[in-house]
Ligand binder design. Structure first.
Ligand code: UD1
Ligand code: UDP
Length: 359
């Protein structure tokens, strides 16, 4: 069996790391194809280094661009490589343009596709990610659903039961593997002059939030108001898309400490010790839930309903008053919810299933 692992962005590198390390451990034949969608050191290489991942055999260097341009360049490059490498199965993760291009290239070449983190739905088709995840689920052959809920969604859309496997989310594996190491690195908290449970952590990067000046301003106003009402320092590692828009719209948020995107270990450390997390990231909603840190989601919907069910998370949207109210509310939340995302063995399960199906 030969496996092609296709990835291209920060969350894909992190969430595929447990699968890649398990492929490596099992001595299976595989290679990594990097689309180059993310390319800055702090969005890409740093994760390969920290997570101990082998080099990608290919990097398409597609870089940034409009959705069509970026995805089109990937399709051309991925097809060429998949034809040369003749693999038995292609693995993609999540809902990015890289995920779509990887799955579509494989589908056209009739190579079976395994989709890691299948069955998530926000039911909001204005999000590019919702289009990507739906299309990828519907051209995949093996669907690795993180939860029973995701499996039910796939069944409801007509995907055959024996194509779906509930494995848990690989983010739990990555987090369990790295948390202790992260906790041993206190340097950043000293540098930022923050203490355990006495600061808030923010990430905002979604296209629909930051590419719209009014919407991004409202979110930042809401965060300033959270700082004023609660008095906690707020740390915001700024994603490059958000940084670009902040400059372009000339937004200068008050009461927030803006820093560059963090490496995985430093970010885990800040998440673990935060009093509260405010985010529009998918992965960060999950990590907050796993780490028993309350979360306020700066969106009107989420494809992670499990976090709402266990009440680790609440939707605030982008209205400043609602953000401040929901933050106050979540500060009172007792942190004793169950982790709905699995036991940290998703990577092992996924590789075992690949061997059963394609070995
Ligand atoms: C992408 C994914 C999103 C995911 C996010 C993870 C799609 C449609 N979106 O969004 O689902 O949540 O990655 O972080 O695939 N940039 C850099 N350096 C980089 C990468 C990007 O400076 O290494 C800047 C560029 O200005 C670029 C912008 O960020 O135009 C957006 O990058 P892009 O990959 O298009 O989308 P993301 O917002 O990162
Ligand atoms: N992350 C990180 N450094 C940061 C912000 C996030 O390492 O400064 C990690 C975080 O731990 C999580 C992942 O990046 O595992 C989430 O990625 P992102 O928010 O970019 O994408 P999404 O999950 O929304 O697709």
């Amino acid at each position: 069996m030969k496996v092609s692992v296709i990835l291209g962005t920060r969350p894909e590198i992190i969430k595929l790391s447990p699968v890649i390390l398990e492929l490596e451990r099992s001595g299976l034949e595989y290679f990594i194809l990097h689309s180059g969608q993310h390319y800055s050191y702090s969005m890409d290489r740093v994760f390969f280094e920290q997570l101990g991942l082998p080099e990608a055999r290919y990097n398409l260097d597609v870089n940034s661009g409009s959705h069509g341009l970026q995805t089109g360049r990937m399709l051309i490059g991925i097809e060429k490589i998949l034809k040369e490498e003749s693999s038995d199965v292609v693995i993609v993760q999540g809902d990015t343009n890289t995920t779509l291009a990887g799955a579509l290239s494989a589908a056209k070449l009739r190579i079976p596709i395994g989709h890691v983190e299948a069955g998530l739905r926000s039911y909001d088709r204005s999000m590019p990610e919702e289009i990507n995840r739906r299309l990828v689920d519907h051209c995949s052959d093996v669907l690795f659903a993180p939860t029973e809920k995701a499996r039910q969604i796939l069944l409801g859309e007509g995907i055959p039961n024996d194509w779906i496997y509930v494995t848990g989310n690989t983010i739990v594996d990555a987090l369990y593997r790295n948390l202790r190491l992260a906790e041993s690195r206190r340097g950043l908290m000293d540098e930022l002059e923050v203490e355990e449970r006495r600061y808030l952590l923010v990430t905002v990067h979604r296209q629909e939030n930051v590419d719209n000046k009014e919407r991004f301003s409202k979110i930042l106003k809401g965060l300033t108001s959270v700082h004023e009402r609660l008095g906690y320092p707020i740390i915001y590692p700024v994603h490059p898309r958000a940084a670009k828009r902040m400059r372009e719209f000339n937004l200068k948020p008050e009461g927030l400490t803006l820093i560059n995107p963090l490496d995985y270990l430093d970010f885990l450390l800040l998440e673990k010790n935060a009093r509260l997390i405010l985010t529009d990231s998918g992965g960060v909603q999950e990590e907050a839930c796993i780490l028993q840190v309350p979360c306020v989601t700066l969106r009107y919907n989420t494809e992670r309903p499990e976090t709402l069910e266990v009440k680790s998370n609440i939707l605030a949207g982008v209205d400043p008053e609602s953000i401040a109210e929901k933050a106050e509310m979540m500060l009172k939340r007792k942190c004793n919810w169950p982790n709905p995302f699995g036991d940290g063995k998703a990577g092992k399960r996924i590789v075992k299933i690949l061997i059963e199906r394609f070995g």
